[in-house]
Write a protein that binds this ligand. Structure first.
Ligand SMILES: NC(=O)c1ccc[n+]([C@@H]2O[C@H](COP(=O)([O-])OP(=O)(O)OC[C@H]3O[C@@H](n4cnc5c(N)ncnc54)[C@H](O)[C@@H]3O)[C@@H](O)[C@H]2O)c1
Ligand SMILES: O=C(O)C(=O)C[C@@H](O)[C@H](O)[C@H](O)COP(=O)(O)O
Ligand SMILES: [Zn+2]
Length: 344
């Protein structure tokens, strides 16, 4: 097991890569704990949960809402949970985002931690302290920054993931390589089959390196005033796609990265071959690369993105493989770039 640290204003978070769920008791000892999970994870792993009350929510992006948080609050009140109660989110990115938000707002804030059970949650969603829910169909519109006390990434739990969910996790791993580490892109190319087979050493390296990259960025810029914006690479198109089509987050991010790389070429920042290579990597991890809706529809949805400021948005480009840059861009300029790149 290897530990990484995220330092944030609300405290530090310990991320344990390769820790086993069997050791979970050590982390919650002497704390009255309530588990928040989803019905699928509960069905698969209930026998490995410590002996404490469980609140099981439904599955899917549609339940990432304030209504679900309200039902959690009601259950916490019924359980007589107080501010000293520890909330453990045990599940994928949706459980982590909701449990972190419910914990952070219940009685003005209870402490919380996560057992991340999907690849996407282990490499991204459980790390960094963004907790929240969607609103009006738009992504993550209501939320807080607040670091979990700990995150357990038990790599063994990934074996039960449906393939489509596993592939979604690779989209965020590819993102970390694309924005911060060119050698990770080489690694992803050279070890694709082993990575997809969940070879223990390969997956441990990819999860560890992803968390290391994200932990570094978040520690330097927790509140997303600068560098953290780079973690949004592929997400401006991606969130619009999720809103319009309901495809899973990882798939939307994969397509979003391909589109953002093409705009980077159009802007004269990235070589055409580098953009093609990124597209090949996304495709080779079984992820879609073509948007299922018109880019013009995505551009319209982006105008309600929470990152919008007036008629401008911070857009993440690549200026070389393994390196991103952020520009404050007018929507008009974004549309013009998309048109001249031949994608709108
Ligand atoms: N807060 C952040 O920094 C951050 C970062 C990235 C993504 N996200 C959010 O994360 C969400 C996506 O997370 P996700 O991809 O983990 O989706 P998810 O939480 O919906 O999990 C995917 C599916 O896998 C099931 N599952 C979970 N663990 C399993 C296991 N071990 N075995 C079998 N099935 C299992 C779940 O029940 C669910 O049906 C999105 O809402 C996205 O916006 C947040
Ligand atoms: O942690 C971050 O910062 C990220 O941008 C990571 C993203 O992968 C993640 O999807 C995040 O939830 C997006 O945040 P948002 O603020 O754009 O909703
Ligand atoms: Zn994401």
């Amino acid at each position: 097991m290897k530990k990484l640290l995220v330092r944030g204003a609300s405290g530090s978070s310990q991320i344990m890569v390769g820790e086993s769920i069997a050791n979970l008791k050590r982390y919650i000892e002497a704390r009255r704990t309530v588990i928040i999970t989803d019905s699928t994870v509960e069905g698969l792993y209930r026998d490995q949960f410590p002996d404490c009350p469980v609140i099981a929510i439904g599955v899917g992006e549609k339940i990432k809402t304030l209504e679900t948080v309200t039902t959690i609050f009601s259950r916490l009140v019924d359980l007589e949970a107080d501010r000293s109660t520890f909330i453990l989110g045990l599940g994928g990115g949706i459980v982590c985002d909701i449990a972190g938000f419910a914990a952070s707002t219940y009685m003005r804030g209870a402490r919380f931690g996560f057992v991340a059970t999907t690849l996407l949650a282990q490499v991204d969603a459980s790390v960094g302290g963004k907790n929240g829910v969607n609103f009006g169909g738009y992504k993550n519109m209501v939320g807080v920054f607040n670091q979990p006390d700990f995150v357990i990434c038990d790599l063994g739990l990934l074996k039960s993931l449906p393939v489509r969910e596993l592939l979604c996790g690779f989209a965020e791993i590819i993102k970390h390589g694309a924005i911060a580490d060119p050698s990770m892109l080489d690694f992803l190319e050279n070890h694709r089959d082993a990575a997809l087979d969940l070879d223990a050493a390969i997956i441990r390296h990819l999860v560890y390196r992803s968390v290391e990259i994200k932990a570094g960025v978040v520690t330097r810029d927790e509140r997303e005033q600068g560098e953290r914006r780079k973690l949004n690479f592929g997400h401006t198109f991606g969130h619009a796609l999720e809103k319009l089509t309901g495809i899973p987050h990882g798939e939307a991010v994969g397509i979003g990265m391909v589109l953002a790389a093409r705009l980077s070429v159009e802007k004269g920042l990235l070589g055409r071959n580098d953009a093609r290579r990124l597209e090949r990597i996304v495709h080779s991890y079984g992820l879609p690369v073509r948007p299922p809706v018109a880019v013009s529809a995505m551009l319209a949805a982006m105008r309600k993105d929470k990152k919008r400021e007036g008629d401008r948005i911070h857009f993440v480009f690549l200026d070389r493989p393994g390196h991103a840059c952020v520009e404050d861009l007018a929507f008009e300029e974004l549309s013009r770039l998309a048109k001249s790149a031949g994608i709108a």
